[in-house]
Design a protein around this ligand. Sequence first.
Ligand code: PEP
Ligand code: MN
Length: 340
Amino acid sequence: MIITLRKGAKQKEIMVVTEKVKGLGYRPHISKGEDITIIGMIGDSAEKYKEVFEAMDVVEHVNEIQKPYKLASREFKRENTVVKVSRNVDIGGKKIHVMAGPCAIESRDLMNDTGKIVKEAGGTILRGGAFKPRSSPYAFQGLGEEGLKYMEEAGEKLHMPTISEAMTVEQVELLSKYCDIIQIGARNMQNYDLLKAAGRQKKPVLLKRGMAATVKELLLSAEYILSQGNYDVILCERGIRTFEDSTRFTMDLNAVPVLKKFSHLPVVLDPSHGIGIREHVGTMAKACIAVGADGIIIEVHPRPEEALSDGPQSLMPEQFRRLMEDLDLVAKAVGRELLD
Ligand code: PEP
Ligand code: MN
C-alpha cells in the first residue's frame, strides 16, 4: 500500500505516519521527492488499514497496489512519467528521442564523427559503451574511463546528452560523472546490487530487459532503482531469447503495450540488438515507433566493417539518415514528433 502525504509535510508529521506503520507491524519505505513524500507500507494485506491512514490529516491519499512492483506500477501513478535528461531532452513526452552511436567507444575520432552524423540526422542522444559485456573474454572489452572522456567531449561539443552502460557498482559512480543516462544492460538486469547503486545516484537510468526475463521481472528490477529514490527510470525492450535462430534475438513488441498498461515509466526500444541484422534494423525501428516507443536506441558506425563490437548490426551513416526521415513519418502517423 502506498501512502502519499500532503505537499510540504513536515518531518514530524512524516514520523507520526511511519511510527503508525511500524506499530501495525509493517515496514515503512519513505521516498522523498522535491515536495511530496510517499510512504510505502511493506508487508502482507496492508490494505486492511487503508482507512486508518486516510483518516490522518497529513495523508493526501492511500493507494492499494495489487502488483508486486509498487512504485513502478500504473496503480501508483496514473500519468506517464517524463524523464528529464537535459535542458531540452525529455523522454516520455510527445517527442520521440533517438539515441544513436557506436556499440563501443573505440576512439576520440569515432565519437566526434559519429556524434556529428547522429546529430545532423536528428538524433538527440549519443550512445557508446565504455565497459562492454562481451560474450567472449577475448573480444574488445571497451576503453573504460578514457572512452568516457571521449564521449563526454563529443557530447559537449555537439550539445548532446550521452548514454553508456555500467556493469559494476563502481562503474555506476564513474559513469554518473561523465554521462547523462546510465544504461543497465540485459545481462545485468537482475544484478540487484547494481540496480540499487543506480537508484542511489541521480542520473536517469535506462534499464534493459534481460534476454530471459519476463515483463514482470523487468518491472521488479525497475522497482529496485525506484525504491532507492531515483524515479528517473526508462524501460528498454531489446529482444528476448526464443527458439527462433534466424535473428539474433526476438524483438518482443508485445511488451510495449503491456508495459504501458502496467507502468507509468517511459519505454525505449532497441531494434539493433533486437534483430541483430543491419538490413532489417530500419524495418524494426519503424515498427518500434508504430507500437508506441517513447524513444529508440540504435547502433550507427561510420565504418561498420571495422567496428570492434556489433558491426553486423550497426547502420551506415546514409542508412541512418534515410531511416530518420522514415521514422519521422511513422511518428507523425501515430501522433508523435521526432524531427524538429
Ligand atoms: C549494448 O547496448 O551495446 C548492449 C550490450 O546491449 P544489451 O545489454 O541489450 O545486450
Ligand atoms: Mn551492442
